[in-house]
Design a protein around this ligand. Structure first.
Ligand code: FES
Length: 113
């Protein structure tokens, strides 16, 4: 798979606080889907791939949170994940984690890596 380090995602100012946003990069074997969540000054990102069956978590674009907003949720079979570390705490992949994605910010631009 291609190394996506350094790829620009968006301006940091374009991320709404507390509202995850998905990104789809590349095609075919280079496809790389991720989502980013800004919580105040903190930034989190995970691959958009559920450890249960490999499906994207969002059935509707950017639908990554549970109804109460306390967890990330896979909307295929309902697995719940802690926001801070991606650990599955309920559902068919209990005890497995979402894959974190490293981020950086340069001149107000959000980058992978
Ligand atoms: S694919 Fe996510 S819970 Fe089954």
């Amino acid at each position: 798979m291609r190394d996506w380090s350094g790829t620009r995602l968006c301006r940091l100012a374009d991320l709404d606080d507390g509202r995850p946003r998905g990104f789809e990069l590349g095609e075919g074997t280079d496809r790389f889907d991720l989502f980013v969540l800004r919580r105040g000054e903190a930034l989190l990102a995970y691959r958009n791939e559920c450890p249960h069956a490999g499906s994207p978590l969002d059935l509707m674009p950017d639908q990554f949170l549970s109804a109460d907003g306390r967890h990330l949720q896979c909307h295929t079979h309902g697995a719940l994940f802690r926001i801070d570390d991606g650990m599955c705490v309920a559902g068919p992949c209990l005890g497995r984690r979402l894959t974190p994605v490293a981020l950086g910010v340069v001149d107000g631009e959000l980058l992978i890596g």
